[in-house]
Design a protein around this ligand. Structure first.
Ligand code: FAD
Length: 471
C-alpha cells in the first residue's frame, strides 16, 4: 500500500502526466467526452474501493464507477468527484457443486468468462461483444446470448457483493439486503452502491451451435422483415434471432450493405439445430437472397471474432435504440416495418449497422427485479465513423430515424441509449418509484452519480409524452 495515499492502487489527479489515460483510456467509444472528474482511483482490490468511497465522503465528492468502460455514452466519466476504476477487479472462481461462478465486475464477459466456463463444460448467457465488462452489462439487465429463450442475463445473478455509500462491504441476495439485490438487476448507472463481485448461475454448455444466415438486398427489407415479424413467434426458443443491416464482404471481393437474417441455434446436436432453424427457409424472398447459409456448424469463438469486426475499437460511435411495440396483425406489422425501415436502409456511415432482435414469444413473467420494460422486438442503430467532423451529420440522421420510429416505440434499453440526447422510459413506473426509494435509503447524501441525462427531472418518461401533456 502507498503510505501517502493509503491505496494499493493509484490515485491519479489532473496534474499527473497520465491523467487523460486514467480518465478516458479505458472508454471503448473513440468519441471521448471532455468531462473532468477531480481524481481517478485505479482500485487494486475491494479494500481500495471501500477506502475510495470513504475518501469521497470526507472530501464531499460524488463517486462514478467504471467496470469495462463500454457504456456508449461514457457514463463513467463525470464532471467533478472521484471516478473509481474497477479494471483490476476481474478474478473468477467457480464452484463445481453449485454451478455458480463468481467474478469481479471488470471481467470481460466474452473474452474471459465465456472461455473459462467452456473449459468446465458450462455457459453463462453473457453479452455478445467479447470485451464488454460484466459490471455495467448486468446492472442494466444484460441482453445476452439467446435472451429470448433464456431470459435477461441479470435473471441469472444469484447474489452481489456491494460496497455501500458508507464504505461497507455487504452481500445481497434474495435473503439479505434484498433491496440492493433487486436494484442490482436493472438500475444500471444509478445503482446506489458499487458491485465488487457478481455470483452467477451457469448452465451446461450446448452440444452444437448451428448458424443460419440469409443475405438480402436492402430493397427486400420490407418483405423480409414483415415475414420475420410473422414468423419469429413460431421459431424454437433455442434460437437467437437477429436481423442486421451491415456491410458484407462478398466472394467477388466487393463489399456492400445487405440485410442479414440470422439464427443461432443452441442445440444438443446437428439434427436438433437443423430442425430449429428450418423455418428460416420459409422466407418468401429466399430465391432472391444474395446468399444462404443453412445451419452451418459454428462456435462461440467464431461469433466473438465476428463481433470484434462489427464493433471496431477506437472508432467513434453514436447509438440509440427502441423497444418496438405494435399489433401482431398484417396491418400492425406493416406499420412497425414502415417506421423502423430507415434505420436499416439509410445508415450514412459505411461501417454503421442496425439490429432487430426478437424477444418473442414473451411467455415469461420477469422475476421481481428493477429491469422491467421489454417488448417483443428490439431495434438499435449505430453510426460508426472515424472523422469527428462527421459527428453532426450522423447525429442528425440518428435523431431523424429514431423520430420516425417514435409511433411504434415503447421505450429504450439502457445498454444502447444516451440520455444526454434522448430520454425515454426504460423501466415500469412502479419499479421506477421503488428504485427511488431504494436510492433514498441507501444513498441519502447522493454519494453516487445518478443517470447522466439532459434533464434529470424528466427521467423514465418518453419525451413526447411530456411534450403532449405540455409539461
Ligand atoms: C461493442 C459493444 C457491444 C455491446 N453489446 C451488448 C450486448 O450484446 N448486450 C447488452 O446488453 N449490451 C451490450 N452493450 C452495452 C453494454 O452492455 C453497456 O454499455 C454496459 O454498460 C457496459 O458495461 P461496462 O462495465 O463495460 O461499462 P462501464 O462504462 O464501465 O459501466 C457503465 C456504467 O455502469 C455503472 N457500473 C458499471 N460497473 C459498476 C459496478 N461494478 N458497480 C456500480 N455501478 C457500475 C456505472 O454507472 C458505469 O458508468 C455493448 C456495448 C459495446 C460498446
Amino acid at each position: 500500500m502507498n503510505p501517502e495515499t493509503g491505496f494499493s492502487g493509484r490515485l491519479v489527479v489532473p496534474t499527473d502526466p497520465d491523467w487523460d489515460e486514467a480518465r478516458v483510456g479505458r472508454v471503448f467509444n473513440g468519441r471521448r467526452p471532455d468531462r473532468q472528474p477531480d481524481a481517478v482511483l485505479m482500485a487494486a482490490d475491494v479494500d481500495d474501493v471501500r477506502r475510495g468511497v470513504l475518501l469521497a465522503k470526507e472530501r464531499g465528492w460524488t463517486v462514478a464507477v467504471r467496470s469495462g468502460g463500454h457504456a456508449w455514452a461514457a457514463w463513467s466519466v463525470r464532471d467533478g468527484g472521484l471516478l473509481i476504476d474497477l479494471g483490476r477487479l476481474d478474478d473468477i472462481s467457480y464452484d463445481e457443486e453449485t454451478g455458480i461462478v463468481s467474478a469481479g465486475p471488470a471481467t470481460k464477459g466474452g473474452e474471459v468468462l465465456s472461455p473459462f466456463l467452456e473449459e468446465r463444460g458450462r455457459f453463462f448467457n453473457g453479452g455478445h461483444c467479447p470485451s464488454v465488462g460484466i459490471g455495467g452489462f448486468l446492472l442494466q439487465g444484460g441482453q445476452g446470448w439467446n435472451q429470448r429463450g433464456w431470459g435477461w442475463a441479470a435473471e441469472s445473478v444469484v447474489a452481489v457483493d456491494v460496497v455501500t455509500a458508507d464504505g461497507e462491504l455487504v452481500h445481497a441476495d434474495e435473503r439479505e439486503n434484498t433491496d440492493l439485490y433487486w436494484a442490482a438487476r436493472g438500475a444500471g448507472p444509478s445503482f446506489p452502491g458499487i458491485v465488487v463481485r457478481f455470483h452467477l448461475r451457469t448452465r451446461p454448455i450446448f452440444g452444437f451451435l448451428g448458424h443460419t444466415v440469409h443475405g438480402y438486398e436492402l430493397e427486400d427489407f420490407a418483405e423480409v422483415m414483415s415475414w420475420l415479424y410473422e414468423a419469429h413467434h413460431r421459431i424454437s426458443t433455442d434460437v437467437e434471432i437477429v436481423a442486421i443491416s451491415t456491410p458484407v464482404p462478398l466472394p467477388d471481393g466487393t463489399e456492400r450493405r445487405l440485410f442479414l437474417v440470422t439464427g443461432v441455434a443452441f442445440s444438443a446436436d446437428r439434427a436438433e439445430a437443423q430442425e430449429a432453424l428450418a423455418p428460416f427457409n420459409e422466407c418468401p424472398a429466399i430465391d432472391r437472397a444474395v446468399f444462404v447459409q443453412d445451419c452451418r456448424e459454428s462456435s462461440l469463438a467464431e461469433h466473438r471474432a465476428q463481433q470484434e469486426i462489427q464493433n471496431p475499437e477506437h472508432a467513434q460511435y453514436i447509438t440509440d435504440c427502441a423497444w418496438i411495440d405494435g399489433e401482431n396483425t398484417p396491418e400492425g406489422i406493416a406499420r412497425m416495418v414502415e417506421h423502423i425501415a430507415p434505420l436499416f436502409t439509410t445508415n450514412p456511415t459505411h461501417k454503421g449497422f442496425a439490429i432487430w432482435m426478437s424477444n418473442a414469444p414473451m411467455r415469461r413473467d420477469l422475476p421481481d427485479m428493477a429491469f422491467s420494460l421489454q417488448t417483443e422486438a428490439y431495434v438499435a442503430s449505430y453510426t460508426v465513423y472515424d472523422d469527428p467532423a462527421d459527428y453532426q451529420r450522423n447525429r442528425d440522421w440518428l435523431t431523424s430515424v429514431m423520430e420516425h420510429a417514435q409511433p411504434v416505440t415503447a421505450g429504450q434499453y439502457l445498454g444502447d441509449s444516451d440520455m444526454t440526447h434522448r430520454q425515454l422510459r426504460f423501466m415500469a413506473p412502479e419499479n421506477w418509484e421503488r428504485l427511488q426509494a431504494v436510492i433514498a435509503s441507501r444513498d441519502p447524501e447522493g454519494r453516487f452519480h445518478r443517470y447522466l441525462a439532459r434533464d434529470a427531472d424528466a427521467l423514465n418518461v418518453n419525451h413526447w409524452e411530456i411534450e403532449k401533456a405540455g409539461i
